[in-house]
Write a protein that binds this ligand. Structure first.
Ligand code: NAD
Length: 376
């Protein structure tokens, strides 16, 4: 059983899908590990550190030769995998709806593509959930990015020269990223409020010492779809939410938006008029910018200024904390593979609940029902 770890090729991607720690653990399971030269450089892991952990270091052709499992953060172009043996697993984030043509090409080269972002949200899979581990870091970094762009302090400061008031931070979307954003902003001394469409988040917001801002008494308020994710909201709800946000947002210094709905574009939460209602010098960080954006005017990969307000739209925020993001991503992959490791067979054997949820291609064709329905 040979596991290959590739150097990422997507623009701006600094993470790596294994760490020296997980290489050692794979070796302890009896696998051979080969790491592409330079794979860890963006995450501050030298080739030597991988070699010391027991990995062979080589060029792409060498690491792919005879590989049974290929670990990546983002899937590379199938054309860059020449020499991959049919039936090999490729494990990473596949962006299944956004990269449909690429997934068809994976099927054509006989690869079995496993999309980690479709890991079911069940208790036993929590330690395998790359969306959670990466969102957590993104929520933290979003607050630091906001603080960096904000020309004032976050905490209240009482000084001999006078008092500096605490920044007001509003977090929209209280999933994994939002919760970490609340906690981080609180640690920096800001006055924090937060909103979500899922009522269960109210308690979580309060438990972190922040103020919940919620739409009340409107039809279609359920907000919770399957697997703990949000669902699309009713038009009445959207109107009530917009009114509530308008009055609240005008008083905020920092807004962090993290709202996502699986399989759909990110919901629009802040209009240009609402941006204009904020004080000059305020900062908005749109963590959903790559999924279409929660904020009107946000541009992926840019910091734009509208009405004196900075709108921050960094791409791939977890990669901005590449060392920690890689270490956690690598552990997610190890937790996944080791949970299914069949000692006698010497390789992992997936069960249907998780295997069928994440397997996109097999035997030369696309097999995932969500992708097949799409075609029809
Ligand atoms: P997400 O990244 O899909 O979305 C971010 C947040 O945006 C969610 O809280 C969502 O409710 C919210 N949102 C969507 N539309 C909105 C709108 N119009 N206005 C305001 N907010 C809106 O969510 P996530 O971080 O992946 O977490 C979703 C849930 O899944 C959480 O309860 C989390 O604890 C749970 N979870 C469970 C597991 C597991 O059991 N394995 C793993 C990870 C997360």
């Amino acid at each position: 059983m040979k596991i290959a770890v590739l150097r990422e090729t997507a623009a701006g991607e600094r993470r790596v899908a294994a760490s020296p720690e997980t290489v050692k653990k794979y070796k302890a399971l009896g696998a051979q590990v080969a790491v592409e030269a330079g794979a860890g450089v963006g995450a501050a892991v030298a080739d030597q550190a991988f070699a010391d952990a027991g990995a062979a270091i080589g060029d792409r052709g060498e690491v792919l030769a005879d590989a049974d499992i290929v670990l990546v953060v983002q899937t590379p172009a199938p054309e860059s995998l020449s020499g991959l043996k049919p039936g090999a697993w490729i494990i990473g984030q596949a962006n299944p709806f956004g990269e449909r043509a690429r997934i068809e090409r994976y099927a054509a080269i006989g690869a079995e593509m496993l999309a980690m972002e479709w890991m079911p949200r069940i208790t036993r899979a929590q330690s395998m959930d790359v969306l959670s581990s990466q969102s957590n870091l993104a929520g933290y970094k979003a607050v630091l990015d906001a603080a960096h762009e904000y020309d004032r302090a976050f905490p209240m400061m009482m000084t001999a020269a006078g008092t500096v008031s605490a920044a007001r931070v509003f977090v929209m979307g209280v999933g994994v990223a939002g919760l970490q954003a609340i906690a981080t902003a609180r640690r920096l001394g800001a006055q924090v409020s937060a909103t979500d469409v899922r009522p269960a988040t109210r308690e979580q917001i309060l438990s972190l010492g922040a103020k919940p801002v919620f739409v009340e008494n409107v039809a279609g308020i359920e907000g919770e779809g399957s697997g703990g994710y949000a669902s699309e909201m009713s038009d009445d709800y959207k109107a009530a939410q917009a009114a509530l946000v308008s009055s609240h947002i005008a008083k905020q210094d920092i807004v962090i938006t993290t709202a996502l709905i699986p399989g759909r574009p990110a919901p629009r939460l802040i209009s240009d008029a609402q941006v204009a209602s904020m004080k000059p010098g305020s900062v908005i960080v749109d963590l959903a910018v790559e999924q279409g954006g929660n904020v009107e005017g946000a541009v992926a990969g840019e910091i734009v200024e509208r009405h004196g307000v900075k709108i921050v739209g960094h791409r791939n925020v977890p990669s901005r904390l590449a060392a920690d993001a890689s270490a956690l991503f690598a552990r997610n992959l190890f937790n996944f593979l080791s949970a299914f490791w069949d000692k006698e067979a010497g390789h992992p054997v997936l069960d249907a609940e998780i295997g069928d949820a994440i397997r996109l291609t097999q035997g030369g064709r696309i097999v995932h029902p969500r992708l097949l329905t799409d075609v029809v």
